[in-house]
Design a protein around this ligand. Structure first.
Ligand code: G
Ligand code: G
Ligand code: MN
Ligand code: NA
Length: 250
């Protein structure tokens, strides 16, 4: 309850901000996009991880407002960055309870003057446990408007391959639990390889999450993975740092 109260005032009190983690095009070594990650620096609790406060926000019914705030800030940031960069924003499954979600997202995109194709929404497999028809209608509507859709943390949740067929995913993000052991575990490598081939066959891109070493990056590129994200390339950075980082690219 204390955390919930703190979170209620965090938005108005300016305690929330975004960090941006670059996503790398493995072949060219250039930044392909950014993932917006919410941060809360609380006067009372110090720095709180989203892994801790997002579930509280979901429970307290605060996630809709927070989610739209994140979206608006991320779209504004994207407008200030080079036009070929895609901005990825995480959506909570609870945001899909809102029948107007697609309208609200498209209104933000339009208000920010961002081409819809520069926004990517990351959803996790947990949305498949919701009323699938409503979720699918929302995602198809967004996708039809040009917004990209990514399936986040792929492989950890409630995946049924049938969902890959019926949902409009542009990208699969392979969960870091498969990437971390990729060099020491032939089974992990085989799973990642199969996921990349499956994605290719379905015309989806792949992003490997949680790349921490050059060897992992090289191995993944060899397996046909297009993009990667992880501490090896860059940690989540504030907008100023990420802007100079991108400007410094050759
Ligand atoms: O950035 P970090 O590793 O601390 O994130 C922990 C978790 O919080 C991740 O699963 C990430 O997807 C999630 N997360 C980060 N920012 C957001 C956000 O803006 N909205 C939602 N719904 N989840 C977020
Ligand atoms: O669930 P999601 O993929 O949205 O989570 C993103 C989170 O993963 C971010 O909060 C980020 O801090 C974390 N992350 C990003 N790169 C790495 C990495 O290389 N190693 C680890 N351990 N965590 C990472
Ligand atoms: Mn994510
Ligand atoms: Na993830």
């Amino acid at each position: 309850i204390a955390l919930e109260d703190g979170l209620r005032s965090a938005l108005a009190g300016g305690e929330l901000h975004l960090a941006f983690q670059p996503q790398w095009h493995l072949a060219s070594g250039r930044v392909a996009g950014l993932e917006a990650l919410l941060r809360w620096t609380s006067a009372r609790f110090g720095s709180v991880s989203p892994a801790e406060f997002i579930p509280v926000a979901e429970e307290a019914g605060l996630i809709r407002d927070i989610g739209l705030w994140v979206l608006e800030r991320a779209c504004q940031a994207a407008r200030q960055l080079p036009g070929d960069l895609v901005m990825s924003v995480n959506l909570s499954v609870c945001q899909f309870d809102d029948a107007l979600l697609a309208d609200k997202i498209l209104a933000v995109v339009e208000r920010c003057g961002l081409p819809p194709g520069r926004l990517e929404l990351e959803i996790t497999e947990s949305v498949f446990l919701q009323d699938t028809d409503d979720v699918m209608a929302t995602l198809h509507r967004l996708h039809h408007a040009g917004v990209r859709i990514a399936l986040d943390d792929f492989g950890t949740g409630y995946s049924s391959l049938a969902y890959l067929r019926s949902f409009p995913f542009d990208r699969l993000k392979i969960d870091r639990s498969f990437i971390a052991p990729i060099q020491s575990s032939p089974e992990s490598e085989a799973i990642v390889h199969s996921v990349i081939e499956l994605a290719q066959a379905l015309h989806m891109e792949t992003t490997a999450e949680g790349i921490e070493t050059a060897e992992q990056a090289q191995l993944l590129q060899g397996l046909g993975c297009v993009t990667g994200q992880g501490f090896f390339f860059a940690r989540p950075l504030d907008l100023a740092a990420v802007t100079s980082f991108i400007a410094a690219q050759p």
